[in-house]
Design a protein around this ligand. Sequence first.
Ligand code: ADP
Length: 309
Amino acid sequence: MRKHPLGLAIRNVSKRYANGVQALDNVSLDIPPGMYGLLGPNGAGKSTLMRTLATLQEPDEGALFLGDIDVVNQKEAVRQTLGYLPQEFGVYPQARAEELLDYFAVLKGITNRAERRATTEALLRQTNLWDKRKQKLGGYSGGMRQRFGVAVALLGNPRLLIVDEPTAGLDPAERVRFLNLLSELGENSVVILSTHIVEDVSELCTKMAIINQGQILLEAEPLEAVASLKGRMWRKLTDKTALPALKREHQVILAKLLSGRTLVHVHSPDRPGHGFEAVEPDLEDVYFGAMAGCFGTASRQPQVEGIAR
Ligand code: ADP
């Protein structure tokens, strides 16, 4: 993929923590403007990469460029154009939404009062919190807090917006509302959605990468990746006891409970045998397929017993 002048280029980034964990292992990605999904299980290295992009920590090796800006060496320039919604977004429970957003706007450098009022009103309306603007944040639901976090992150029209695991604690209705909000964000900025939830990516992102154990397993357009598995995914409903034998004989990419039985997805160019039926692949097959090495790059320890959501 060609480097985009307004996009993000990540080159050979590695990070090992003091405890010896290799959180990022030679990661390279090209992220164009628009909504980009970074998908991987807990512990994959997503937050480490997001914190590095947000200039909160430095890599041991490698470089990151936002357009022309060298992220590691021009931190101030990145911070001026960055919106970051971290995994744990702490709020002051006694503060009212309107007041706190106004305060953050001052910190962001919007010193003109009229401009600040117009900006905060637009953001509170965009995040659907205008009617709740006088409410204390301590009384906000998880979804409202996340949407408030987006309002804060969008102050100053960032070119790079990072949203780290935003839907993890949300109920289904809040999740839909939150994803709708993200989908409306501009196409001129880079929006990175880091998540372990496959549906977040399939519903929103035109491009994505799958990461596990600090390594990029697949960089793709979700629809293309799904299409590439067409005719190669097979399913069988079986008993848990039959699983070890199936794993020995076939490339089992996913085994999940279904009404007390075990549903197995197998990757194979031909029908794997008796009792298997063809299944229309989806992004979950891509995700677990990437973990199992169906795209040529297996993680160090394939995970097959994913809890599919
Ligand atoms: P993810 O966001 O995908 O869950 P993280 O980037 O948080 O992954 O973590 C990647 C790996 O690095 C994990 O094994 C995690 O335990 C480890 N890790 C994360 N932060 C630290 C830290 N500050 N010190 C030591 N190990 C860490």
